[in-house]
Design a binder for this molecule. Structure first.
Ligand code: UN1
Length: 521
């Protein structure tokens, strides 16, 4: 970067931070509960860096175990009141939160581009996603209904009802620092729960900005104390949150390894979890597909968010008839992708999140080659740029290479050729993870087979739509090693409440179920 460009960017960075009262190079608290930030939390500070330059943006003061416990205690205290607020009134608070995010959409999108590195258009999309889930949650606040079930006993009523659950601990990842935790908190809040949020330490400023928006909006309302933030190291704060019996539910997003740790900790206290873990998503293109449409979907699915979505297309399964031509076109499309400053409108791919992510990319490619994969496009780390930029890579792999089973959180696409739809489904399903999957075809029979019980085994199965970019109206999540949890729309709200089955006898007899007779006088 020339000196002039660098100082221009420096000014922009300061302006982006200022929008949330943050200053370049300063120290700021990453801990809040009970309606305000805690000035001097006891955890070790973390540095947050601009992934486009590698420069330190700020130092964030983090939570120690004590603040974690306090945050849970405050959230629990707030829960005892919040659960009594009528659900549509809780919805009103969430409606205002949605308005708050609407007002700050551009400021927050720019902060996401700066600290997370995703391009502005995707950052705006992320804020839109949180606005959308708030809108959905507002409607949901009037639709938290149970059902009535026919009782086998005369003068009896059998009903199911839903109650607030308690404190929800949200553990979220760097790649969707606002939308994915938002899926949880927007729904959980209308359900009557309160929140302790442990975001990724890689994107602390974004979480602080979100917390500030929440404070601004909820101050003086019934929702003033319902939301806490604990930025801190997983080892200390994460473990304390998982072990705390007052935390009724953990919503965790991250790698399969994180999921294992969460599950093991919760198993000790039979705690509940909604897990959204690793994905290893495939797009299948059949010979009869609309190739132009498929190409655009695959390009976004692989290069979008620099390959750092849990829904990123990591495997491209091509039917042999179109394979060579499709690959040529994909490589040509890759050559047009402008890699650079995510704040610049012409950029389609920003940096990876950290130098560790660049190492994973490098090591992943080396291992793919060692196992017999062939690099077809990209593969370079753009070291001369500063920051954490890499080229998106395409590799020709075979379905038997063990590494094809792993999620490498970087823009590396395995291409695998197959003969038939049946073989494509087999390859799609032959990995441990089961998040998202796509089939491109113009055949109704192929599409329906793909969606049938012998088709995709993933939580998300699409036809002529890419693996990433799901809408919030549907339940989001995946099977197998992805963890089985569901978040966002549909009936995912039920995961944030406790179900109660009630039997009411309004007669004067006591008939027992299953016809049991037990005569006592
Ligand atoms: C994630 O990467 O954890 O479907 C979530 C998508 C986005 C959400 C991604 N709506 O790609």
């Amino acid at each position: 970067m020339s000196t002039e460009l660098a100082s221009d960017r420096g000014l922009r960075v300061e302006e982006i931070l200022r929008a949330f009262d943050l200053r370049l190079g300063s120290s700021t608290s990453g801990v809040a509960y009970g309606g305000s930030f805690i000035a001097k939390p006891s955890g070790a500070p973390v540095e947050t860096r601009d992934p486009s330059t590698g420069e330190v943006l700020a130092h964030v003061l983090t939570a120690g175990e004590d603040e974690c416990k306090r945050a849970v205690a405050e959230a629990h205290k707030a829960f005892l009141e919040w659960r009594l607020v009528p659900a549509p009134h809780r919805g009103e608070v969430v409606r205002r939160l949605g308005e708050g995010f609407r007002e700050r959409k551009e400021d927050l999108a720019r902060l996401i581009s700066l600290e997370n590195g995703k391009i502005l258009s995707e950052a705006r999309g992320e804020i839109q996603e949180v606005i959308d889930i708030c809108d959905l949650a507002v409607g949901q606040s009037r639709q938290l209904f149970g059902r009535e079930i026919a009782s086998e006993r005369r003068d009896h009523r059998l009903v199911e009802q839903w109650h607030p659950l308690g404190v929800v601990g949200i553990i979220s990842a760097f790649n969707f620092p606002v939308a994915v935790p938002g899926w949880g908190w927007a729904i959980a809040l209308v359900c009557g729960d309160t929140i302790v949020w442990k975001p990724s330490s890689l994107t602390p400023l974004i979480s602080i900005a979100v917390q500030k928006i929440i404070h601004d909006v909820t101050a003086g309302t019934e929702g003033e104390r319902v939301f806490g933030l604990i930025i801190g190291r997983g080892g200390a704060v994460g473990e304390a949150l998982l072990a705390d019996e007052r935390v009724a539910l953990i919503q965790a997003t991250g790698s399969c390894a994180l999921g294992d740790r969460v599950s093991a900790a919760l198993a000790k206290r039979s705690g509940r979890a909604i897990l959204e873990l690793g994905g290893n998503n495939a797009a299948i293109v059949l010979d009869d597909a609309d190739l132009k449409l498929a190409l655009r979907a695959v390009a976004f699915g692989t290069v979008g968010t620099a390959g750092q979505r849990c829904t990123t297309t990591r495997r491209l399964i091509l039917q042999r008839g179109i394979a060579a031509g499709f690959l040529d076109q994909l490589q040509a499309a890759y050559r047009t992708v402008h890699i650079g400053d995510p704040l610049d409108d012409k950029t389609l791919m920003g940096p990876l999140i950290s130098s560790e992510a660049v190492d994973d990319y490098r090591k992943g490619l080396a291992e793919i080659k060692r196992q017999g994969g062939k690099l077809l496009a990209g593969g370079a780390v753009l070291e001369d740029r500063g920051g954490y930029f890499v080229e998106p890579a395409i590799v020709r792999s075979t379905k038997d290479m063990p590494i094809v089973r792993d999620e490498i959180f970087a823009p590396i696409l395995h291409v695998i050729e197959v003969d038939s739809l049946e073989e494509a489904i087999e390859v799609n399903n032959a990995v441990p993870q089961g998040l998202s999957s796509s089939l491109f075809t113009t055949s109704l029979a192929a599409a329906e087979k793909w969606l049938s019980a012998v088709g995709s085994d993933c939580g998300l199965a699409n036809v002529n739509v890419g693996t990433s970019g799901a809408e919030i109206g549907g339940a989001f999540g995946g099977e197998k090693a992805t963890g089985g949890g569901r978040q966002a729309g549909s009936d995912a709200w039920k995961g944030y409440m406790r179900r109660q089955t009630c039997t009411i006898n309004y007669g004067h007899e006591l008939p027992l179920a299953q016809g049991v007779s037990f005569p006592v006088d």
